[in-house]
Design a protein around this ligand. Structure first.
Ligand SMILES: Cc1cc2nc3c(=O)[nH]c(=O)nc-3n(C[C@H](O)[C@H](O)[C@H](O)COP(=O)(O)OP(=O)(O)OC[C@H]3O[C@@H](n4cnc5c(N)ncnc54)[C@H](O)[C@@H]3O)c2cc1C
Length: 438
């Protein structure tokens, strides 16, 4: 079950920091729900609210998904990764239904959730292989034994060429991978008149007391509207901290876990999606996308990205190149024409856990009987669970007395954020210095 509290860890301040004296008294409109933040969480919550018959809008301060969502590797985990570490086993259960749900949504099942039939499923599965260490063997055994839906072992001839000669078992895992922008686009296209771009975080102003929001003013250029929401959801990823602070609430209920992601680009790289397991860690997670010129771009995550936080970009690239040599013996990058590297840093924004590790499930804090909800999906894959929990936690009876849609004259929907590999500086593979693999 999603952990859902009725109050943050510390009681909310009774201050009125979100309130600005002299707030204009322009004519206000009633609305059931204002969702703040248009990443995968906010967009999914908006869709669930509209399907529940609520009048709702989603307000975005930048571009849709411009925090984590457009950068996500797009894997709809079913829990396999979480069977590798004992402390992660609790997370395997909530997520286990997600691959089949997303797959059904991608084939258009309106009764289950948003229509993702226009979203691109980059791969119906991921591959799991290992390196030839003892610890690595034990990790694979753990992964196979602990899962409810067993992944299938694949004969050598049926493996992708890149991992044909990998030692030991290679597993095909029924975890689909989605092109993140195409999912964001599918969700946004369904509700164009309910998506509102504002002038950055300052384009939203709140009148609130102790976290209870009575009015929201939205601004973009000369457009301005005042809304009286019956409920507000903060689904702004890392932005939730600033929003909580602005309402005088305790922002330390949130945590960030940093990553240093590596990108490898080349016209002739094969598209590939999988995890190399070493002991109880995911040594490297590889997913593939395409840039505007049609090059294939690999995103390299997993332990490589977590341990790389302390490396500078060139060291991270050198380390990543050594890791790829170690985990993909059939790939010789020296022969891949035009291969080039880049890196970027990004934080995972989550609800704080006592241990500082990832929460086991999507997370929700509810204040004032659901009038203010603070939401974190924890994983992209868990957005459907989060949205269902939000609808459940809204003030009682909100759907049966729903208000009319609001008029948003002069506002427009936000654009969708670009992939993290667009507009970057690249280092040619020829110029990568050597580093020892882990
Ligand atoms: C590199 C990386 C890879 C990942 N890979 C996977 C994966 O393969 N599978 C998986 O399940 N999960 C993955 N995750 C986790 C997943 O991406 C996140 O859990 C998820 O995207 C969080 O979505 P969100 O909507 O809560 O936040 P975000 O995507 O960060 O969206 C927040 C939105 O709110 C907006 N915003 C911020 N502040 C304000 C404000 N004050 N007012 C209005 N709008 C605001 C932002 O501009 C943004 O559009 C990955 C995460 C990272 C970083």
């Amino acid at each position: 079950m999603i952990r859902q509290d009725t109050a943050p860890d510390r009681p909310p301040s009774l201050g009125v920091l979100g309130y600005r004296e002299g707030m204009p008294e322009s004519r206000s409109q009633s609305i059931d729900l204002v969702v703040v933040g248009g990443g995968i969480a906010g967009l999914w919550i908006l869709d669930a609210a509209i399907r529940s018959g609520l009048s709702a809008i989603c307000v975005e301060a930048s571009k849709l998904g411009s925090g984590q969502s457009v950068c996500a590797q797009g894997i709809i985990h079913g829990g396999l990764k979480y069977t590798l570490k004992e402390r992660d086993l609790a997370a395997a259960s909530p997520i286990s239904e997600m691959p089949s749900l997303w797959t059904e949504l991608a084939s258009g099942s309106p009764e289950l959730g948003p229509d993702l039939s226009e979203a691109v499923m980059s791969s119906p599965c991921t591959w799991l292989w290992r390196t030839d260490s003892l610890a690595s063997r034990m990790g694979m055994l753990g992964a196979k034994a602990a899962l409810r839906t067993r992944p299938s072992t694949v004969d050598r001839e049926q493996r992708p060429e890149l991992i044909r000669d990998a030692p030991g078992t290679v597993l095909r895992v029924e975890e689909p991978v989605f092109d993140t922008r195409s999912v964001l686009r599918a969700l946004a296209t369904a509700h164009p008149t309910s998506l509102v771009a504002v002038d950055g975080p300052e384009g939203i102003e709140f009148a609130s007391r102790g976290g209870e929001v009575s009015r929201v003013i939205l601004r973009n250029g000369t457009a301005e509207v005042t809304l009286e929401p019956r409920a507000v959801v903060f689904a702004a990823g890392a932005g939730n901290e600033g929003l909580l602070s602005r309402l005088g609430l305790d922002a330390s209920v949130a945590q960030r876990r940093p990553l240093h992601m590596t990108l490898l680009r080349a016209p002739s790289l094969p598209e590939f999606h999988g995890h190399c397991v070493d002991g109880n860690r995911t040594r490297v997670t590889i997913t593939s996308g395409r840039d505007a010129e049609g090059n294939v771009v690999w995103q390299l995550g997993g332990d490589l990205a977590e341990s790389g936080v302390g490396r500078d970009p060139l060291d991270q690239i050198a380390f990543a190149a050594a890791e790829l040599r170690a985990v993909l013996s059939n790939l010789d990058l020296a022969t891949v024409s035009g291969a080039a590297w880049s890196t970027y840093r990004i934080d995972r924004a989550e609800r704080r856990t006592g241990s500082g590790f990832r929460p086991d499930d999507a997370e929700l804090i509810s204040l004032h009987e659901g009038r203010l909800l603070v939401a974190w999906p924890t994983k992209w894959a868990l957005a459907p669970r989060l949205a269902a929990a939000v609808i459940e936690a809204l003030p009682a009876g909100i759907a049966s007395t729903s208000t009319a849609p609001v008029t948003l004259t002069g506002f427009h929907p936000p654009e969708i954020a670009t992939f993290p590999w667009e507009n970057r500086t690249w280092t040619s593979h020829r110029d990568v210095r050597s580093a020892a693999p882990a």
